[in-house]
Design a protein around this ligand. Structure first.
Ligand code: NAP
Length: 250
């Protein structure tokens, strides 16, 4: 007898994340990605769509809709700074997980670090709770574990990430906080280091997307903070080593 169902009602004998990992595909699962036209988000979308997962992509610029459709996602115009949590909840309803992949970006000032990286992530979290979306993955950053108490934009950014992460940790969602080092556009090597303790490094966006993809197929990743950089292990090896002290999911 099927014991599990997706938020959209499909029935599974195994936990959907276990089924996704074991079979590599899961038709019926839906993931909402905020900041869906971003570099990591587009890479993650391609991976999820290839596995049969439906992707709802939240974007702020209607001109980006075609790019999302072209890679198989369903675009929804939803500006995280302007939309209410209720409007965001309507956009992500029926999803099994939401991913915060948005960011104010390198050219932005301190104000948008707060309105996007902090408040956007917290609003998406509130929307998950009210739309009954169980999973929440947030792309945070190395440094958010101990943000500097200064006024420069990077310090404000790290405090914004830290405050959002604190809200996520305090939530009752099935959350995972991912803290990469410096992101690059180098081609992914599929070789990473995953650690529960902070450490600095750099990592191709391709490989961060691969880690997010693997985390979405891993029920043991719930309530986990993970630091990600380029390393020597495959994503699967690194993830299994990181989670080895957690009981296996059935
Ligand atoms: N750069 C680094 O070295 C580094 C290191 C660690 C962590 N991170 C974090 O990693 C995450 C993803 O990075 P990335 O390089 O993939 O990001 P990215 O390419 O800059 O994409 C961010 C996306 O967020 C969207 N966005 C901005 N404001 C929004 C709003 N109000 N509503 C909805 N979407 C909005 C942007 O939309 P538009 O296209 O319309 O602007 C953009 O598509 C970010 O959170 C970043 O802070 C970065």
């Amino acid at each position: 007898m099927p014991r599990y169902s997706s938020q959209r009602g499909e029935k599974y004998a195994l936990h959907p994340r276990v089924q996704l990992r074991r079979t590599g595909r899961l038709v019926g699962m839906q993931v909402a990605i905020a900041g869906a036209h971003g570099k990591i988000a587009m890479r993650l979308t391609r991976r999820l769509v290839a596995r049969g997962v439906a992707v709802v992509g939240l974007i702020r610029d209607p001109a980006h809709q075609e790019d999302l459709r072209a890679i198989g996602a369903g675009p929804v115009v939803c500006d995280l700074e302007r939309a209410s949590a209720v409007e965001i909840a309507a956009a992500i309803e029926g999803s099994d997980a939401a991913v915060f992949a948005a960011g104010a970006g390198p050219g932005s000032g301190p104000e948008r670090k707060l309105t996007v990286d902090r408040d956007g992530a917290i609003k998406l979290l509130a929307a998950c709770a009210s739309a009954d979306v169980p999973g929440y993955l947030v792309i945070s950053s190395i440094g958010a574990e101990n943000p500097p108490d200064r006024d420069d934009v990077f310090s404000v950014y790290l405090r914004a990430k830290a405050e959002a992460d604190a809200a996520v940790e305090a939530s009752d969602r099935d959350w995972t906080i991912v803290r990469p080092g410096r992101l690059t556009d180098d081609p992914g090597r599929g070789r990473v280091r995953l650690d529960a303790e902070p450490y600095h490094g750099e990592v191709p966006r391709d490989d961060v997307a691969a880690v997010l993809d693997a985390l979405l197929a891993e029920p043991r990743a719930s309530r986990l903070i993970v630091y990600v950089n380029a390393g020597e292990q495959s994503v699967e090896e690194a993830l299994q080593a990181l989670l080895s002290d957690r009981p296996p999911a059935r």
